[in-house]
Write a protein that binds this ligand. Structure first.
Ligand SMILES: *[C@@H]1O[C@H](CO)[C@@H](O)[C@H](O)[C@H]1NC(C)=O
Length: 128
């Protein structure tokens, strides 16, 4: 149980951390995947984002996380520690991923930016 004092202290700490956050927060806009994207379990794909508005200095970490129905699988990031200025990073969708049309990619820089929901489906191999 939280006491009112604890809650208030937590509130103050939150306000302090928000205030301490740098003002040049960069929130890169995800280009791929979009709502038309279909990826397959086990496949490797590029997540891409717009770097045209990137600030001169980017000091924070980077991470790509898969989310299903808005719930982030933070324990299993798809990519970490890449250069946010590059505008793309390859990710491999785990082969065990259950197909669904409610997946999204969340890209972390200063804050998380989510892609639109897209589908992960078992894709039929192309017959040549
Ligand atoms: C990702 O994009 C880079 C740069 O355009 C390209 O070299 C690479 O082959 C792409 N990887 C995939 C998996 O599409």
């Amino acid at each position: 149980m939280f006491s009112k004092t604890t809650l208030f202290a937590t509130f103050l700490a939150t306000v302090a951390s928000v205030a301490a956050h740098p003002l040049d927060v960069w929130d890169p806009k995800i280009i791929t995947p979009n709502s038309y994207t279909v990826w397959a379990p086990g496949g490797t794909y590029n997540v891409t984002w717009d770097t045209s508005d990137a600030p001169a200095s980017i000091s924070e970490g980077s991470e790509v996380v898969l989310a299903k129905s808005g719930v982030l699988d933070s324990a299993n990031p798809l990519a970490q520690g890449f250069d946010l200025r590059a505008g793309w990073v390859p990710v491999t969708i785990p082969a065990s991923t259950i197909p669904g049309s409610d997946y999204s990619i969340v890209l972390f820089g200063d804050s998380g930016n989510a892609s639109p929901e897209f589908a992960i489906e078992y894709l039929k191999p192309v017959q040549l």
